[in-house]
Design a binder for this molecule. Structure first.
Ligand SMILES: [Zn+2]
Length: 145
């Protein structure tokens, strides 16, 4: 990829060489198709995040990617009061607890767009959207449902 990757939902570009890890590549490729997927254990059926080689629940090393609904709730968040880029809009970092998963709650990092400090709160329902940052690479972000 190039040395600058535009991330529209962050209204900024990431600088430096960006590469896709082969283990996580199917996640980003699914995102480019508008699908949010997470690892699912082939043995016990538990979903998980982050990507790990073994299941937290049963320790099986057999797993597959599984598409989940792409909806969830804000589990926690914080605001970035010092913008990371001079054109960046007000940004937050959020942890989203996914709906439609099996096993322990699956929580993923991200950010919520088009929301202000007075509105964003824990437990708000959100829906995923994706920035296409390169050919076949979709980066998820979240909007209020
Ligand atoms: Zn398992």
């Amino acid at each position: 990829m190039s040395d600058e990757v535009l991330v529209p939902s962050l209204t900024m570009s990431l600088m430096g060489s960006q590469t896709v890890d082969p283990v996580s590549a199917p996640h980003w490729a699914a995102g480019a198709q508008g699908v949010f997927n997470v690892p699912k254990c082939d043995n016990c059926g538990y979903h998980r995040w982050p990507i790990t080689h073994a299941c937290y629940h049963c320790l099986s090393r057999d797993w597959s990617w599984d598409a989940v609904p792409g909806v969830g709730r804000v589990f926690t968040f914080t605001w970035i009061d010092q913008p990371t880029h001079n054109t960046a809009e007000l940004q937050n970092i959020a942890v989203i607890e996914l709906e439609g998963t099996t096993g322990e709650p699956v929580r993923v990092p991200g950010w919520v767009v088009e929301v202000d400090k007075a509105t964003l709160r824990c437990d708000l329902p959100v829906v995923v959207d994706f920035d296409i940052v390169a050919d076949g690479v979709g980066v998820p972000f979240w909007r209020l449902a």
